[in-house]
Design a protein around this ligand. Structure first.
Ligand SMILES: *Cc1c(COP(=O)(O)O)cnc(C)c1O
Length: 338
């Protein structure tokens, strides 16, 4: 175990020791390699650099109360990366290769896996990029798949809490028939001009549907949910990323007899919710305190403390991830420890 002050880890990148890589060439994936070099050498004209031919994933490994290492629903990430790869015209990483790369990344960086009780976890960032040099507009036929690992501190160092958000009608993160439903870096580059000024003011950004700016789309890097009279409501949209955490929370709702609605949410309906939150792997659930609508000069208020439904879902999910509760849905992949 590394001499890391686990309690001081923040929700940002800390260098690990090993990078897991795999190259696709001549129509086939080669062997997995493990390097101690975190840098990669690619041609300056690589398709990833010229045309953003790239996709990524994000998932976390948890050291449980029983010492067991659990990776949360990695097969879902493998499938989503395959969808993104096809959409970006890239070679698909086979599911077993994806899972093995994640497993090796954890085991090779085991000294960096935070101990139980610190709230810290190990974040894995699988990345797929097109490496063929391309100056004429065309996709690559060679690809590099990598898994970067980093220990990260808890999303809420001061305890489960709320964040204020702001609606943005002046920047769209994805077009209606664009790439919003895929986990690709380009969507993020395209939304920095909305998210960065908001972050400087301590605000998260709520994007609206880019066709009419009438419905809630998502929170940039997380899905949106609202609780209305005991019902879990989440947007139906072709331009939002299908969040694995959102899907898991919906399953927990069924367990709890909480009704779920996946439908369009008009902006005005924000006044009808008792709780709202951003959901995704980073925070699991990040409850929203208030949503400011600068164009309408309106603020929707949800209170400074997380609401009861968010708390219940958050605690249940965390208990499963940290091995404190029965994993009834078979969500956790056990990574054997040596
Ligand atoms: C990764 C991501 C999410 C959250 O997905 P999870 O699988 O729950 O982590 C939501 N929206 C966007 C745009 C994302 O990139």
């Amino acid at each position: 175990m590394k001499n890391i002050d686990w309690g001081k880890l923040t929700f940002s990148y800390t260098e690990c020791e090993k990078l897991v890589r795999c190259s696709y060439k001549d129509g086939a994936w080669g062997p997995l390699r493990v390097t101690t070099d975190m840098t990669i050498q690619i041609h300056a004209a690589a398709a990833a650099l010229q045309y953003a031919q790239q996709a990524f994933e994000g998932l976390k490994a948890y050291r449980g109360v029983d010492g067991v290492i659990r990776l949360f629903r990695p097969l879902e990430n493998a499938r989503r990366l395959a969808d993104s790869a096809k959409a970006m015209y890239m070679a698909v990483v086979p599911e077993d290769l994806f899972l093995e790369a994640c497993r090796i990344s954890i085991l090779e960086n085991l000294d960096y896996l935070p101990p139980y009780g610190t709230g810290a976890t190990m974040y894995l960032r699988p990345i797929l990029i097109g490496t063929t040099p391309k100056v004429g507009v065309a996709p690559a036929h060679e690809f590099e798949f990598m898994v970067v690992a980093t220990p990260i501190g808890p999303y809420f160092p001061a305890g489960f809490g709320t964040t204020p958000f702001i609606i943005n009608r002046h920047v769209d993160r994805a077009a209606p028939l664009g790439t919003g439903q895929y986990k690709v870096g380009g969507n993020y580059a395209a939304s920095f001009r909305a998210t960065e000024p908001a972050h400087e003011q301590g605000l998260g950004v709520l994007f609206l549907d880019s066709k009419e700016h009438k419905y809630i789309d998502e929170c940039g890097g997380a899905n949106f949910i609202g609780i209305r009279d005991g019902v879990y409501v989440t947007p139906l949209s072709a331009s939002i990323l299908p969040s694995i955490i959102n899907r898991s929370l919906r399953t927990l709702c069924y367990d709890f007899n909480i009704d779920v609605e996946e439908r369009q949410i008009p902006v005005e309906e924000l006044s009808m919710f008792q709780e709202t939150a951003a959901v995704g792997t980073g925070a699991a659930i990040s409850p929203i305190s208030r949503i400011y609508d600068p164009d309408k000069q309106l603020t929707y208020e949800y209170g400074d403390a997380p609401g009861p439904v968010c708390c219940r879902l958050f605690n249940t999910l965390r208990d499963i991830q940290f091995g404190r509760a029965e994993d009834n849905h078979g969500w956790c992949t056990i990574i054997d420890e040596h």
